[in-house]
Design a protein around this ligand. Structure first.
Ligand SMILES: C[S@@+](CC[C@H](N)C(=O)[O-])C[C@H]1O[C@@H](n2cnc3c(N)ncnc32)[C@H](O)[C@@H]1O
Length: 337
């Protein structure tokens, strides 16, 4: 099987630790053509995947420890309390995770399935290969019986591989990553899930609930959030031989109430010419011009569920933390698209 293309193998039948896509060129993950498109658009933007080079991934872990960034702890609280209920509802499944990162919280889920249903298989999809290796090491040292597959790639290619996992599946998307997708991206993802996966498969999604602006704005304006955002420019500089002067940008994050989301931007404090040599792409930024780097949906569950229902994914149950700040929602594929 050529690496980087959908597997014909049944992933559940592989050895304990498998990495798929190890020789996939990073240019197919971090696509220059898409970056040029988003930087040329009005308003300009950079895809949130650029947060996650090795520096950005380490900063994200630091952000999760910030007092004001309640999302990580709220999701962890829900999983610590309810993974057994989730495993009861679904019965035995193979786990597949989108944007797994270090899979720290996923261990709670894996342990519950191991305890309840014996051995389980886990496929982790992520664009960052070193983080997948770290996840494999952590998980296999704690759970040697786990059948681990790391899939290096973007969500779409990851899902194409994961569709070959044997048996009933539970797709997992934690860390409010679904909230980082624009409407068209979320619709494309859900269309892929319902067309590539089978009737009866489940999808577990962690998502942040809408709340007061001051709480939201504190979560995204702490020191780690500021550094994480500025490091996006450093990522573009090393990957595309760029000349962004990080010191001439300012982090801006605010609650866009009418669109029910937080937005992170980088504002140019000086007018400047930007050149990304490896992409042969230049543009001019005016003083005060903003580049949007991320959106973070803050949802009302009824509206959020409707998006999934449109793609044949039925809400089964949801669980919230004790302060009702965050929800983990379970959907099941009931209709083919
Ligand atoms: C918000 S973090 C969540 C990490 C972890 N699931 C958690 O809950 O802490 C998002 C993760 O998704 C990965 N990621 C971001 N964009 C991606 C994409 N388009 N395709 C695949 N993985 C992506 C990042 O590398 C990062 O590990």
């Amino acid at each position: 099987m050529p690496q980087g293309h959908p597997s014909k193998h049944k992933l559940g039948e592989r050895q304990k630790r498998t990495i798929i896509g190890a020789d996939l060129p990073e240019t197919e993950i971090f696509r220059g053509d898409l970056l040029i498109q988003s930087l040329s658009a009005s308003p300009r933007s950079i895809g949130s995947m650029y947060y996650y080079d090795d520096t950005g991934s380490a900063l994200f872990e630091r952000l999760c420890q910030e007092d004001s960034y309640y999302l990580f702890r709220a999701e962890e609280e829900i999983l610590a309390q309810y993974t057994k209920s989730i495993a009861d509802v679904t019965g035995p499944v193979s786990l597949v995770e989108l944007g797994a990162g270090t899979a720290q919280k996923t261990t709670l889920l894996i342990n519950a399935y191991m305890e309840k249903h014996g051995s389980t298989s886990y496929a982790a999809i992520d664009i960052n290969r070193s983080i997948l290796e770290k996840a494999a090491e952590n998980l296999l040292s704690m759970t040697p019986d786990l059948n681990f597959t790391g899939i290096i790639g973007v969500y779409q290619t990851g899902l194409e591989h994961a569709a070959n996992v044997t048996g009933q599946k539970l797709l997992v998307c934690l860390g409010a990553s679904a909230g980082n997708m624009y409407d068209d991206e979320l619709h494309r993802l859900l269309h892929s899930v319902s067309s590539l996966f089978s009737l009866g498969d489940y999808f577990l999604v962690g998502i942040d609930l809408d709340k007061r602006s001051d709480i939201l704005e504190a979560a995204y304006n702490n020191q780690s959030a500021i550094l994480t955002n500025l490091c996006v420019l450093q990522h573009l500089n090393w990957r595309f031989d760029g000349n962004f002067n990080v010191f001439q940008f300012r982090h801006v994050a605010f609650h866009n109430k009418s669109l029910c989301r937080m937005e992170a931007h980088l504002e140019a404090m000086q007018a400047q010419s930007v050149n990304l040599k490896r992409l042969d792409f230049s543009f001019f930024l005016e003083k005060g011009e903003m580049i949007r780097t991320e959106i973070m949906r803050k949802v009302n569950l009824l509206t959020f569920n409707d998006i999934f229902i449109k793609h044949g994914l039925n809400p089964v149950h949801h669980w919230t933390d004790s302060k009702r700040r965050y929800a983990v929602c379970l959907f099941q594929i009931v209709n083919a698209p």
